[in-house]
Design a protein around this ligand. Sequence first.
Ligand SMILES: Cc1ncc(COP(=O)(O)O)c(C=O)c1O
Length: 404
Amino acid sequence: MSNDYIKDFPILQNREYIYFDTAATSQRPVQVMDAITEFYKKDNANPLRGLYEWSIAATEDYENARAKVASFINAKRASEIVFTRNTTESLNLIAYSWGRTNIRKDDEIVVAVSEHHSNILPWQMIARETGAKLVWLECDQAGVYSDEELSAKIGEKTKVVAIAQVSNVLGQPKPVKKIAEMAHKVGAVIVVDGAQSAPHMKVDVQDMDADFFVFSGHKMLGPMGIGVLYAKQELLEAMPPFLTGGEMIEYVTREDATYAEVPHKFEAGTVNAAGAVGLAAAIDYLQQVGFDYIEAREKELTAALLEEMKAIPEVEVYGSEDPAAHCGIVTFNIKDCHPHDVSSILDADHICIRAGHHCAQPLMQYMGVNATCRASLYFYNTLEEVHRFAESLKKVREELGYGS
Ligand SMILES: Cc1ncc(COP(=O)(O)O)c(C=O)c1O
């Protein structure tokens, strides 16, 4: 499988560097950069406020981006899309607004142990405030949640199930459609963190019947500072605002205020229109590449990576042995070597990986490690890079004085 897309990514033109940290943030194609520049060159004015041509154009750009996001995840209506800064803000919005209104003492908040801190801390806070109980879903070594575990933990007291569609450490995709069904059977809602799924697979929020689905633009070729909260219309309408101030109101008196319709009720202050335009361009780009290609390419690269790593005896890879169950994410350790040292040694060869706890410390505790290394690939990576990465890995122990 050849890679014709690299030419679109200015930063990847320097072939000395290998970028294996897409799960942290992706690189951006020139089409996304151009769309942002065009917005500032041609339409820039404060959107949703002015009654003159430029402001109206900026508003149109922003609302067209919302419609594009809605169709990207197959939401029923554009008004079900709220723009935020990122996944973290979207999850906080859900917890503060929906959680504070709906969760009571002794209710249960079911959280998967493999979650990113962004989908843990807001729920810890709500549990502390309300007296609700956090219930943990435990996975196996591959990051799989068994039917028995799901049935045992999702029950009559469950109010919300918070789970990522794809883990940022193990890469393992979850059967969110089935989990949504289980949550709905007991009257609970499901919050799906799509930060690591939306960039890599076709998402259909209606088919999975997600109540909430969140993701970040910067992990899927878009700019930093723009994120998405999808929620079913009836949920958004019943939720109180998260942030208050300009643009989210209908009418304000000295004592009180009425709020704008959704989604504007949740978008206080000047919005990130350029970010939304950049995200829309990223969606265009991803759709042109196609998720069939992206998934096949990632599987091919991951299979090669796992194969090369298996041949190095001191390397321990976490998660499934099936390359298709990684979504481009391979987490590992090298015997005796601290992940930070591994990352620094690879950096000397211009190889970018992530080392640390990956904002998933409960999962690290469950895995019995403090930290790991993580190589995360995207369709713009190559087999040649995989091979160079493996060659560098082989030198790490020797460089740290352990012999070859
Ligand atoms: C699964 C998952 N959830 C949430 C986040 C947080 O994303 P952001 O920093 O864009 O808010 C990340 C980022 O790494 C992630 O991988």
